[in-house]
Ligand binder design. Structure first.
Ligand code: SAH
Ligand code: SF4
Length: 409
Protein backbone atom coordinates (compact mmCIF):
# COMPACT_ATOMS: atom_id res chain seq x y z
CA UNK A 1 0.00 0.00 0.00
CA UNK A 2 1.15 3.58 -0.61
CA UNK A 3 1.11 6.29 2.06
CA UNK A 4 -2.31 7.47 0.78
CA UNK A 5 -3.75 4.00 1.37
CA UNK A 6 -4.19 3.03 -2.30
CA UNK A 7 -2.63 -0.25 -3.45
CA UNK A 8 0.85 0.26 -4.95
CA UNK A 9 1.25 -0.78 -8.58
CA UNK A 10 3.55 -3.75 -8.73
CA UNK A 11 5.12 -4.88 -12.02
CA UNK A 12 3.13 -7.93 -13.04
CA UNK A 13 4.05 -10.80 -15.31
CA UNK A 14 1.89 -10.70 -18.46
CA UNK A 15 -1.17 -12.95 -18.27
CA UNK A 16 -0.81 -16.19 -20.15
CA UNK A 17 -2.49 -16.16 -23.56
CA UNK A 18 -5.17 -18.85 -23.23
CA UNK A 19 -5.57 -19.40 -26.98
CA UNK A 20 -3.91 -22.72 -27.90
CA UNK A 21 -1.05 -22.62 -30.41
CA UNK A 22 -2.13 -23.84 -33.85
CA UNK A 23 0.94 -26.08 -34.17
CA UNK A 24 -0.14 -28.08 -31.11
CA UNK A 25 -3.31 -29.31 -32.82
CA UNK A 26 -3.47 -32.85 -34.11
CA UNK A 27 -4.59 -33.16 -37.74
CA UNK A 28 -8.08 -34.38 -36.83
CA UNK A 29 -8.55 -31.54 -34.30
CA UNK A 30 -7.77 -28.96 -36.96
CA UNK A 31 -10.07 -30.71 -39.46
CA UNK A 32 -12.87 -30.82 -36.84
CA UNK A 33 -12.58 -27.06 -36.23
CA UNK A 34 -13.19 -26.31 -39.92
CA UNK A 35 -15.92 -28.92 -40.22
CA UNK A 36 -17.78 -27.44 -37.24
CA UNK A 37 -17.82 -24.12 -39.11
CA UNK A 38 -19.12 -25.66 -42.31
CA UNK A 39 -15.80 -25.04 -44.11
CA UNK A 40 -14.51 -27.45 -46.78
CA UNK A 41 -11.76 -29.89 -45.76
CA UNK A 42 -9.14 -28.26 -47.96
CA UNK A 43 -9.17 -25.20 -45.66
CA UNK A 44 -7.61 -27.28 -42.87
CA UNK A 45 -4.91 -28.39 -45.29
CA UNK A 46 -4.20 -24.79 -46.30
CA UNK A 47 -3.75 -23.81 -42.66
CA UNK A 48 -1.59 -26.88 -41.93
CA UNK A 49 0.62 -26.10 -44.95
CA UNK A 50 1.01 -22.49 -43.87
CA UNK A 51 1.79 -23.60 -40.31
CA UNK A 52 4.40 -26.16 -41.24
CA UNK A 53 5.78 -25.33 -44.66
CA UNK A 54 5.44 -21.64 -45.54
CA UNK A 55 7.55 -18.84 -44.10
CA UNK A 56 4.32 -17.21 -42.79
CA UNK A 57 4.45 -15.68 -39.31
CA UNK A 58 0.73 -14.93 -38.80
CA UNK A 59 -2.73 -16.05 -39.93
CA UNK A 60 -2.99 -12.68 -41.68
CA UNK A 61 -0.35 -13.81 -44.18
CA UNK A 62 -2.35 -16.84 -45.34
CA UNK A 63 -3.81 -15.03 -48.35
CA UNK A 64 -5.53 -18.14 -49.69
CA UNK A 65 -8.04 -17.86 -46.81
CA UNK A 66 -10.93 -15.37 -46.74
CA UNK A 67 -10.24 -12.45 -44.35
CA UNK A 68 -13.14 -13.40 -42.08
CA UNK A 69 -11.71 -16.89 -41.60
CA UNK A 70 -8.26 -15.49 -40.85
CA UNK A 71 -9.80 -13.26 -38.16
CA UNK A 72 -11.78 -16.16 -36.77
CA UNK A 73 -8.65 -18.33 -36.58
CA UNK A 74 -6.78 -15.52 -34.89
CA UNK A 75 -9.48 -15.20 -32.24
CA UNK A 76 -9.30 -18.93 -31.49
CA UNK A 77 -5.60 -19.80 -31.86
CA UNK A 78 -2.12 -18.34 -31.77
CA UNK A 79 -0.15 -18.79 -34.98
CA UNK A 80 3.06 -18.65 -32.92
CA UNK A 81 3.41 -19.19 -29.16
CA UNK A 82 6.91 -17.68 -28.97
CA UNK A 83 6.50 -13.93 -28.46
CA UNK A 84 10.10 -12.93 -28.84
CA UNK A 85 13.47 -14.58 -29.50
CA UNK A 86 16.93 -13.30 -28.72
CA UNK A 87 19.69 -15.03 -30.71
CA UNK A 88 23.34 -15.37 -29.77
CA UNK A 89 26.03 -16.91 -31.95
CA UNK A 90 28.98 -18.86 -30.64
CA UNK A 91 31.47 -21.42 -31.90
CA UNK A 92 32.48 -19.27 -34.88
CA UNK A 93 28.86 -18.98 -36.01
CA UNK A 94 28.23 -22.75 -35.99
CA UNK A 95 26.09 -22.60 -32.84
CA UNK A 96 23.11 -20.32 -32.38
CA UNK A 97 21.51 -20.08 -28.97
CA UNK A 98 17.93 -18.83 -28.84
CA UNK A 99 16.29 -17.41 -25.73
CA UNK A 100 12.52 -17.51 -26.28
CA UNK A 101 9.94 -15.49 -24.36
CA UNK A 102 6.52 -17.12 -23.99
CA UNK A 103 3.18 -15.32 -23.58
CA UNK A 104 3.37 -15.24 -19.76
CA UNK A 105 6.99 -14.05 -19.78
CA UNK A 106 8.50 -17.51 -19.08
CA UNK A 107 11.90 -17.94 -20.76
CA UNK A 108 13.09 -21.12 -22.47
CA UNK A 109 16.11 -21.89 -24.62
CA UNK A 110 16.93 -23.77 -27.76
CA UNK A 111 20.33 -24.32 -29.35
CA UNK A 112 20.86 -24.79 -33.08
CA UNK A 113 24.09 -26.56 -34.03
CA UNK A 114 25.41 -26.69 -37.56
CA UNK A 115 27.71 -29.59 -38.50
CA UNK A 116 29.21 -29.04 -41.96
CA UNK A 117 29.32 -31.98 -44.38
CA UNK A 118 32.48 -34.08 -44.13
CA UNK A 119 33.86 -37.25 -45.68
CA UNK A 120 30.78 -39.14 -46.74
CA UNK A 121 28.53 -37.51 -44.12
CA UNK A 122 25.92 -34.97 -45.14
CA UNK A 123 25.67 -31.67 -43.30
CA UNK A 124 23.55 -31.80 -40.16
CA UNK A 125 21.57 -29.08 -38.44
CA UNK A 126 20.54 -30.20 -34.97
CA UNK A 127 18.17 -28.29 -32.72
CA UNK A 128 18.19 -28.85 -28.97
CA UNK A 129 14.78 -27.87 -27.53
CA UNK A 130 13.16 -27.34 -24.13
CA UNK A 131 10.15 -29.24 -22.80
CA UNK A 132 9.63 -27.28 -19.56
CA UNK A 133 10.46 -23.80 -18.29
CA UNK A 134 13.00 -24.70 -15.61
CA UNK A 135 13.25 -28.20 -14.17
CA UNK A 136 12.25 -29.77 -10.87
CA UNK A 137 14.85 -32.54 -10.91
CA UNK A 138 17.59 -30.19 -9.72
CA UNK A 139 20.80 -31.86 -10.95
CA UNK A 140 23.42 -29.66 -9.27
CA UNK A 141 25.74 -29.34 -12.31
CA UNK A 142 22.92 -28.07 -14.56
CA UNK A 143 22.02 -24.39 -14.99
CA UNK A 144 18.35 -25.28 -15.50
CA UNK A 145 18.34 -27.45 -12.38
CA UNK A 146 19.66 -24.51 -10.40
CA UNK A 147 16.84 -22.28 -11.69
CA UNK A 148 14.13 -24.63 -10.39
CA UNK A 149 10.79 -25.42 -11.99
CA UNK A 150 8.48 -22.79 -13.49
CA UNK A 151 5.98 -24.74 -15.60
CA UNK A 152 5.37 -27.37 -18.25
CA UNK A 153 5.43 -26.17 -21.84
CA UNK A 154 2.36 -26.59 -24.01
CA UNK A 155 2.69 -28.78 -27.09
CA UNK A 156 2.80 -25.75 -29.41
CA UNK A 157 5.43 -24.05 -27.24
CA UNK A 158 7.65 -27.10 -27.74
CA UNK A 159 7.19 -27.38 -31.51
CA UNK A 160 7.30 -23.62 -32.13
CA UNK A 161 10.96 -23.65 -31.09
CA UNK A 162 11.42 -26.03 -34.04
CA UNK A 163 9.34 -23.92 -36.45
CA UNK A 164 11.42 -20.85 -35.59
CA UNK A 165 14.73 -22.63 -36.23
CA UNK A 166 13.41 -24.22 -39.44
CA UNK A 167 12.37 -20.79 -40.71
CA UNK A 168 15.80 -19.32 -39.95
CA UNK A 169 17.50 -22.27 -41.66
CA UNK A 170 15.20 -22.11 -44.70
CA UNK A 171 16.11 -18.43 -45.17
CA UNK A 172 19.75 -19.59 -45.45
CA UNK A 173 18.84 -22.43 -47.85
CA UNK A 174 19.26 -25.08 -45.13
CA UNK A 175 17.10 -27.74 -43.53
CA UNK A 176 16.72 -28.94 -39.97
CA UNK A 177 17.90 -32.56 -39.83
CA UNK A 178 17.75 -33.52 -36.12
CA UNK A 179 15.82 -32.54 -33.00
CA UNK A 180 17.01 -33.45 -29.50
CA UNK A 181 15.00 -32.92 -26.30
CA UNK A 182 18.07 -31.92 -24.33
CA UNK A 183 17.20 -28.33 -23.52
CA UNK A 184 15.49 -27.10 -20.38
CA UNK A 185 13.30 -29.51 -18.48
CA UNK A 186 12.69 -33.22 -17.98
CA UNK A 187 10.69 -34.39 -21.04
CA UNK A 188 9.31 -37.48 -19.29
CA UNK A 189 7.74 -35.30 -16.58
CA UNK A 190 5.75 -33.54 -19.35
CA UNK A 191 5.30 -36.69 -21.37
CA UNK A 192 1.81 -36.20 -22.87
CA UNK A 193 2.83 -32.93 -24.49
CA UNK A 194 6.23 -34.23 -25.52
CA UNK A 195 4.54 -37.17 -27.26
CA UNK A 196 2.16 -34.80 -29.06
CA UNK A 197 5.13 -32.66 -30.09
CA UNK A 198 7.03 -35.70 -31.39
CA UNK A 199 3.93 -36.74 -33.30
CA UNK A 200 3.72 -33.29 -34.96
CA UNK A 201 7.42 -33.32 -35.83
CA UNK A 202 7.27 -36.85 -37.20
CA UNK A 203 3.96 -36.61 -39.13
CA UNK A 204 4.66 -36.56 -42.91
CA UNK A 205 1.83 -34.03 -43.32
CA UNK A 206 3.24 -31.71 -40.68
CA UNK A 207 7.00 -31.30 -39.95
CA UNK A 208 7.94 -34.65 -41.59
CA UNK A 209 11.12 -35.39 -39.62
CA UNK A 210 12.04 -39.09 -39.44
CA UNK A 211 11.65 -40.64 -35.98
CA UNK A 212 15.28 -41.72 -36.08
CA UNK A 213 16.25 -38.07 -36.22
CA UNK A 214 14.48 -37.30 -32.95
CA UNK A 215 16.11 -37.98 -29.57
CA UNK A 216 14.43 -37.67 -26.18
CA UNK A 217 16.72 -37.47 -23.17
CA UNK A 218 15.63 -38.38 -19.65
CA UNK A 219 17.19 -38.23 -16.22
CA UNK A 220 15.53 -41.59 -15.52
CA UNK A 221 11.76 -41.27 -15.00
CA UNK A 222 11.12 -45.01 -14.97
CA UNK A 223 7.30 -45.06 -15.44
CA UNK A 224 7.71 -42.66 -18.39
CA UNK A 225 10.36 -44.93 -19.90
CA UNK A 226 8.01 -47.90 -19.52
CA UNK A 227 5.24 -45.94 -21.24
CA UNK A 228 7.57 -45.18 -24.17
CA UNK A 229 8.51 -48.85 -24.41
CA UNK A 230 4.84 -49.86 -24.51
CA UNK A 231 4.21 -47.35 -27.33
CA UNK A 232 6.83 -49.00 -29.55
CA UNK A 233 9.76 -47.67 -31.59
CA UNK A 234 9.40 -43.98 -32.10
CA UNK A 235 12.63 -42.19 -31.52
CA UNK A 236 16.01 -42.54 -29.83
CA UNK A 237 15.98 -42.65 -26.06
CA UNK A 238 18.95 -41.09 -24.27
CA UNK A 239 19.40 -41.70 -20.54
CA UNK A 240 21.40 -39.30 -18.38
CA UNK A 241 23.33 -41.77 -16.25
CA UNK A 242 26.24 -39.71 -14.83
CA UNK A 243 27.20 -42.36 -12.26
CA UNK A 244 26.97 -46.12 -11.85
CA UNK A 245 26.89 -45.98 -8.07
CA UNK A 246 23.66 -45.02 -6.29
CA UNK A 247 25.27 -42.93 -3.53
CA UNK A 248 26.85 -40.66 -6.14
CA UNK A 249 23.89 -40.63 -8.54
CA UNK A 250 21.63 -39.61 -5.61
CA UNK A 251 23.67 -36.39 -5.52
CA UNK A 252 24.12 -35.82 -9.26
CA UNK A 253 20.55 -36.75 -10.28
CA UNK A 254 18.30 -36.30 -7.21
CA UNK A 255 15.54 -38.34 -8.91
CA UNK A 256 17.76 -41.37 -8.30
CA UNK A 257 16.41 -41.52 -4.74
CA UNK A 258 13.05 -42.42 -6.27
CA UNK A 259 14.21 -44.52 -9.23
CA UNK A 260 17.67 -45.93 -8.52
CA UNK A 261 20.23 -47.01 -11.12
CA UNK A 262 19.13 -50.66 -11.29
CA UNK A 263 15.54 -49.63 -12.15
CA UNK A 264 16.64 -47.03 -14.70
CA UNK A 265 18.99 -49.44 -16.48
CA UNK A 266 16.36 -52.18 -16.42
CA UNK A 267 13.82 -49.80 -18.01
CA UNK A 268 16.43 -48.79 -20.62
CA UNK A 269 17.16 -52.47 -21.38
CA UNK A 270 13.44 -53.18 -21.80
CA UNK A 271 13.24 -50.28 -24.24
CA UNK A 272 16.22 -51.55 -26.24
CA UNK A 273 14.77 -55.07 -26.30
CA UNK A 274 11.31 -53.95 -27.42
CA UNK A 275 12.50 -51.49 -30.05
CA UNK A 276 15.72 -53.13 -31.24
CA UNK A 277 17.35 -49.71 -30.86
CA UNK A 278 20.34 -49.23 -28.64
CA UNK A 279 20.07 -46.92 -25.66
CA UNK A 280 22.35 -43.89 -25.47
CA UNK A 281 23.69 -43.09 -22.02
CA UNK A 282 24.95 -39.57 -21.28
CA UNK A 283 27.63 -39.00 -18.68
CA UNK A 284 28.64 -35.45 -17.74
CA UNK A 285 32.27 -35.77 -16.68
CA UNK A 286 33.06 -33.88 -13.47
CA UNK A 287 36.65 -33.76 -12.28
CA UNK A 288 37.32 -35.84 -9.17
CA UNK A 289 33.59 -36.52 -8.68
CA UNK A 290 32.37 -39.16 -11.16
CA UNK A 291 35.46 -39.75 -13.32
CA UNK A 292 37.59 -41.97 -11.05
CA UNK A 293 38.85 -45.42 -12.14
CA UNK A 294 36.40 -46.95 -9.63
CA UNK A 295 33.54 -45.13 -11.36
CA UNK A 296 34.71 -46.32 -14.78
CA UNK A 297 34.89 -49.92 -13.48
CA UNK A 298 31.42 -49.66 -11.92
CA UNK A 299 29.97 -48.35 -15.20
CA UNK A 300 31.72 -51.07 -17.21
CA UNK A 301 30.24 -53.71 -14.86
CA UNK A 302 26.80 -52.13 -15.03
CA UNK A 303 26.57 -51.96 -18.83
CA UNK A 304 28.73 -54.93 -19.95
CA UNK A 305 26.86 -56.92 -22.61
CA UNK A 306 24.12 -54.31 -23.06
CA UNK A 307 22.92 -52.97 -26.42
CA UNK A 308 24.06 -49.50 -25.37
CA UNK A 309 26.29 -46.60 -26.26
CA UNK A 310 27.86 -44.14 -23.82
CA UNK A 311 28.53 -40.46 -24.57
CA UNK A 312 31.06 -38.82 -22.27
CA UNK A 313 30.60 -35.04 -22.12
CA UNK A 314 32.99 -32.76 -20.24
CA UNK A 315 30.96 -30.73 -17.74
CA UNK A 316 30.22 -27.24 -18.95
CA UNK A 317 30.92 -25.07 -15.89
CA UNK A 318 27.72 -23.04 -16.08
CA UNK A 319 25.96 -23.63 -12.77
CA UNK A 320 27.27 -22.43 -9.41
CA UNK A 321 29.15 -25.54 -8.42
CA UNK A 322 32.56 -26.12 -6.90
CA UNK A 323 33.23 -28.54 -9.77
CA UNK A 324 35.03 -28.38 -13.11
CA UNK A 325 35.19 -30.54 -16.24
CA UNK A 326 37.35 -33.66 -16.13
CA UNK A 327 40.65 -33.28 -17.99
CA UNK A 328 40.67 -34.91 -21.43
CA UNK A 329 43.24 -37.58 -20.47
CA UNK A 330 41.00 -38.69 -17.57
CA UNK A 331 37.99 -38.88 -19.91
CA UNK A 332 40.05 -40.88 -22.40
CA UNK A 333 41.03 -43.37 -19.68
CA UNK A 334 37.37 -43.66 -18.61
CA UNK A 335 36.40 -44.29 -22.26
CA UNK A 336 39.13 -46.94 -22.58
CA UNK A 337 37.77 -48.83 -19.54
CA UNK A 338 34.29 -48.86 -21.09
CA UNK A 339 35.76 -49.79 -24.49
CA UNK A 340 37.65 -52.75 -22.92
CA UNK A 341 34.30 -53.99 -21.59
CA UNK A 342 32.94 -53.90 -25.16
CA UNK A 343 30.78 -50.82 -24.58
CA UNK A 344 30.63 -48.35 -27.49
CA UNK A 345 31.78 -44.99 -26.19
CA UNK A 346 32.09 -41.51 -27.73
CA UNK A 347 33.80 -38.53 -26.20
CA UNK A 348 31.88 -35.42 -27.17
CA UNK A 349 34.61 -32.84 -27.34
CA UNK A 350 33.87 -29.19 -28.09
CA UNK A 351 30.40 -29.16 -29.63
CA UNK A 352 29.18 -31.75 -27.16
CA UNK A 353 29.28 -29.04 -24.55
CA UNK A 354 26.67 -27.15 -26.51
CA UNK A 355 24.21 -30.02 -26.36
CA UNK A 356 22.00 -29.53 -23.36
CA UNK A 357 24.81 -28.13 -21.31
CA UNK A 358 24.23 -24.70 -22.78
CA UNK A 359 20.51 -24.79 -22.11
CA UNK A 360 19.53 -22.84 -19.04
CA UNK A 361 22.60 -20.67 -19.27
CA UNK A 362 20.95 -17.64 -20.86
CA UNK A 363 17.80 -17.93 -18.74
CA UNK A 364 19.99 -18.17 -15.63
CA UNK A 365 21.88 -15.06 -16.73
CA UNK A 366 18.58 -13.25 -17.19
CA UNK A 367 17.39 -14.33 -13.75
CA UNK A 368 20.39 -12.48 -12.30
CA UNK A 369 23.28 -13.57 -10.16
CA UNK A 370 22.10 -15.20 -6.90
CA UNK A 371 23.40 -13.66 -3.66
CA UNK A 372 27.07 -14.50 -3.04
CA UNK A 373 26.24 -16.06 0.34
CA UNK A 374 23.70 -18.43 -1.28
CA UNK A 375 26.26 -19.46 -3.92
CA UNK A 376 28.88 -20.10 -1.20
CA UNK A 377 26.37 -22.22 0.81
CA UNK A 378 25.46 -24.22 -2.32
CA UNK A 379 29.11 -24.90 -3.11
CA UNK A 380 29.81 -25.93 0.48
CA UNK A 381 26.82 -28.29 0.48
CA UNK A 382 27.84 -29.89 -2.82
CA UNK A 383 31.40 -30.43 -1.61
CA UNK A 384 30.00 -32.18 1.48
CA UNK A 385 27.46 -34.25 -0.44
CA UNK A 386 29.85 -35.42 -3.16
CA UNK A 387 32.54 -36.27 -0.58
CA UNK A 388 30.01 -38.34 1.40
CA UNK A 389 28.86 -40.02 -1.83
CA UNK A 390 32.45 -40.91 -2.73
CA UNK A 391 32.69 -42.59 0.70
CA UNK A 392 29.61 -44.57 -0.35
CA UNK A 393 27.14 -42.89 2.03
CA UNK A 394 23.63 -42.52 0.60
CA UNK A 395 21.79 -39.24 0.96
CA UNK A 396 18.59 -39.09 3.03
CA UNK A 397 17.39 -35.83 1.56
CA UNK A 398 13.74 -35.71 0.45
CA UNK A 399 12.89 -35.75 -3.24
CA UNK A 400 12.70 -32.44 -5.06
CA UNK A 401 9.16 -30.96 -5.04
CA UNK A 402 7.38 -31.18 -8.39
CA UNK A 403 8.83 -34.53 -9.40
CA UNK A 404 6.01 -36.63 -7.93
CA UNK A 405 2.64 -37.47 -9.42
CA UNK A 406 3.14 -35.77 -12.78
CA UNK A 407 2.80 -37.20 -16.29
CA UNK A 408 4.58 -40.49 -16.60
CA UNK A 409 5.41 -40.61 -12.91
N1 SAH B 1 16.32 -33.40 -18.37
C1 SAH B 1 16.80 -34.26 -19.37
C2 SAH B 1 17.07 -33.54 -20.68
C3 SAH B 1 17.68 -32.17 -20.60
S1 SAH B 1 19.33 -32.08 -19.96
C4 SAH B 1 18.04 -35.01 -18.92
O1 SAH B 1 18.58 -34.66 -17.86
O2 SAH B 1 18.42 -35.95 -19.58
C5 SAH B 1 20.25 -32.70 -21.37
C6 SAH B 1 21.63 -33.21 -21.04
O3 SAH B 1 22.52 -32.13 -20.69
C7 SAH B 1 21.65 -34.19 -19.88
O4 SAH B 1 22.38 -35.33 -20.19
C8 SAH B 1 22.31 -33.36 -18.81
O5 SAH B 1 22.87 -34.16 -17.84
C9 SAH B 1 23.31 -32.55 -19.59
N2 SAH B 1 23.84 -31.40 -18.86
C10 SAH B 1 23.18 -30.55 -18.06
N3 SAH B 1 24.02 -29.63 -17.53
C11 SAH B 1 25.25 -29.91 -18.02
C12 SAH B 1 26.55 -29.32 -17.84
N4 SAH B 1 26.74 -28.28 -17.05
N5 SAH B 1 27.60 -29.87 -18.53
C13 SAH B 1 27.39 -30.94 -19.34
N6 SAH B 1 26.21 -31.55 -19.53
C14 SAH B 1 25.14 -31.04 -18.87
FE1 SF4 C 1 16.61 -31.22 -15.24
FE2 SF4 C 1 18.07 -32.55 -17.06
FE3 SF4 C 1 19.03 -30.32 -15.89
FE4 SF4 C 1 18.77 -32.57 -14.47
S1 SF4 C 1 20.12 -32.25 -16.23
S2 SF4 C 1 18.15 -30.52 -13.80
S3 SF4 C 1 16.91 -33.43 -15.32
S4 SF4 C 1 17.29 -30.44 -17.22
Amino acid sequence: MTASGTPALLPMAPARDERPGISGLARDELAAWFEARGEPAYRARQVADATWRAPATSFGEIRTLPASLRDHLDASYRFDTVSDTELRLSDGGLTEKGLHRLSDGALVESVLMHYPARSGQRERNTLCISSQAGCAVGCPFCATGELGFTRDLETAEIVDQVRHAARRLAAAGRRLTNVVFMGMGEPLLNLDRVLEAVDALNDPKRFALGARHITVSTSGVVPGMARLTALGPQFTLAVSLHAARDALRDVLVPLNRRWPIADVVEAARAHALATGRRVSYEVTMISGVNDTPADADAMADLLRGDHAHVNLIPMNPVAHTPWTASPMDVIERFAATLGDAGIGTTIRRNRGQEIGAACGQLAAERAGEPPAAAVARRRERLIGESAAALRGERSRKPLPAGTAGRDGA
